[in-house]
Design a binder for this molecule. Structure first.
Ligand code: KG4
Ligand code: ZN
Length: 357
């Protein structure tokens, strides 16, 4: 089954073709990072306008790279929320138009369900090879997910495809938001998570020893990052923006504090739920220190860690196609008045959510 995935929830316009929820046939991403960089964050109106301009060329590239035409597509999956509503609308409208014109089934996908499905895709590049498909292993069910993106940070029990239960979440900023705000404070541009990651590689994690440790109660599996961000703001006000080696040291210390919090709460959630497999997903899952520290924790505590390759951690459409595949196979169909929704709970079978309304 060939599923066309479309994603435009924030500042990436993306289209992908995925076969049977595993084999990536094409995965095209057009980032608007440069458009928004000079404003220090995503400007919703600009994002919508750029999606309108980019969506058709991106869609055509995805079909061309997969070597297919719309005649060979069996179903369409599109991100319906959460996200910027004007941005979401672009891919939703294109998806519905194709579904109508081609009589194709369509499903709306929760953006976070997309992130949680990236782990089921084979390979690390724009398309999967036969060897990658044969070698691919996914976590079983139930497993635990640490979902860390620019707008969201939570620990989730993944009971099945399309069936999720949130165990803990951030009480204030998302981890990616904290990375981006601190990067801005340090004059590193937007989005700054990847820049901090790069500079931290040659920095000293012990440089800032007094960074606050949030939510110290061990059993608490929620997160909080605003205290670290405020502490960094005060530090920069007192010490000025660091340069050269000191900048790398500051990045390494801040990154280590965020990663330590993410990893320690994940270890605790594993202990409480007694699962043996953990997936790491969302844009911040591209962070090299987080990937390494979570793997180390897994080795120490006896749980296996599954992490998608970096390009599938940040926003893309192959993850949306992967999530949509399982919904299409279950017979789910969205009506052609499918709406884009800015805020949306994660689907759970208990709540009878996940309906395409
Ligand atoms: O999942 P995503 O692409 O978009 C949302 O759904 O929010 O995540 C984007 C976030 C941004 O905050 C970005 O700074 C962060 O992921 N990010 C990173 C890295 N790469 C992207 N944060 C830390 N280290 C990275 N290597
Ligand atoms: Zn995302």
């Amino acid at each position: 089954m060939l599923v066309l995935g479309l994603e435009s929830s924030c500042d990436e316009t993306a289209a992908a073709v995925v076969e049977d929820g595993v084999r990536v046939r094409s995965d095209v991403i057009s980032s608007q990072a440069e458009v928004h960089a000079r404003f220090g964050g995503v400007v919703p109106e600009l994002a919508s306008r750029h999606h309108v301009v980019n969506v058709m060329p991106v869609l055509q590239s995805a079909l061309d790279e997969a070597g297919v035409t719309l005649d060979q597509i069996d179903g369409i999956a599109v991100t319906r929320g959460p996200g910027l509503v004007g941005a979401l609308l672009v891919a939703v409208q294109v998806a519905k138009s194709i579904a109508y014109a081609r009589h194709l089934p369509i499903v709306g996908v929760h953006h976070h369900e997309g992130h949680l499905s990236a782990v089921h895709l084979a390979g690390a590049g724009r398309s999967s090879t036969d060897a990658e498909v044969a070698a691919h292993r996914s976590p079983g069910f139930p497993h635990l997910a640490l979902l860390v993106s620019g707008g969201h940070t939570s620990l989730i029990e993944v009971r099945d495809h399309g069936d999720y239960r949130e165990l803990g979440r951030t009480l204030d900023d998302a981890a990616g938001e904290a990375f981006d705000k601190v990067a801005k404070l340090l004059g590193l541009g937007y989005p700054g998570g990847a820049v901090i990651d790069r500079l931290a590689k040659t920095g000293d994690i012990d440089f800032l020893k007094k960074m606050p440790k949030p939510l110290p109660r061990k059993e608490d599996v929620n997160f909080s990052f605003s205290g670290m961000k405020t502490w960094m703001l005060n530090w920069v006000q007192q010490n000025g923006v660091p340069t050269e080696q000191k900048m790398n040291d500051v990045c390494a210390s801040f990154q280590h504090a965020v990663v330590t919090s993410l990893v320690s709460k994940t270890r605790e959630a594993v202990r409480q739920s007694s699962v043996q497999e953990v997936q790491l997903s969302g844009g911040v899952a591209a962070n090299s220190h987080l990937r390494a520290e979570l793997r180390k924790a897994g080795q120490e505590d006896g749980f296996e860690v599954f992490v998608p390759p970096p390009r599938r951690c940040t926003d893309n459409a192959s993850m949306i196609a992967a999530a949509g595949y399982h919904r299409l196979v279950r017979g789910e169909r969205a009506p052609l008045d499918l709406r884009a929704i800015a805020t949306l709970p994660l689907p759970s079978r208990d709540a009878r959510d996940g309906s395409p309304a």
